[in-house]
Write a protein that binds this ligand. Structure first.
Ligand SMILES: [Zn+2]
Ligand SMILES: [Zn+2]
Length: 136
């Protein structure tokens, strides 16, 4: 998908479950390796956790089990309901999600002042439109 003009995909406004997880991981400022660190206690399990995360972020892949996605919450915040809605519901029932950071109704960005982000456009939250996640 990097090279030239690939045929039209359904990327217009449609977010896949794998995209969603990647957006949320990046919004938490974690690399895959860092996210994997949070999933395992033992160094020996690290490589498997990395593969696990890569698989979940592979376009077209969807987790099979709810427990898999619940487990991921140990690595970074996201909304499991959003994940499953993206995976299982028709497009017109997908939740509203910021296309830049992946935040959604029950998983808002902190605005740095104790509040949360707002919608600025259909798929764009105030944190992102004001120049990215607020840092102290
Ligand atoms: Zn955003
Ligand atoms: Zn936001």
């Amino acid at each position: 998908m990097d090279a030239g003009s690939a045929g039209a995909t359904d990327d217009y406004g449609r977010l896949t479950p794998s995209d969603y997880l990647r957006l949320r991981r990046v919004a938490a400022r974690l690399s895959i390796a860092e996210a994997a660190d949070r999933l395992v206690d033992r160094r020996a399990d690290h490589r498997r956790a990395v593969e696990f995360l890569r698989r979940l972020e592979t376009p077209g892949r969807t987790a099979l089990y709810r427990s898999t996605i619940e487990h991921l919450l140990q690595a970074f915040p996201f909304d499991p309901d959003v994940y499953w809605q993206l995976a299982e519901e028709p497009l017109d029932r997908h939740p509203r999600i910021c296309r830049r950071c992946g935040c959604s109704a029950h998983d808002r960005c902190a605005d740095g002042e104790g509040g949360a982000c707002r919608w600025v456009e259909q798929n764009d939250c105030s944190t992102c439109s004001e120049g990215g996640p607020a840092c102290a």
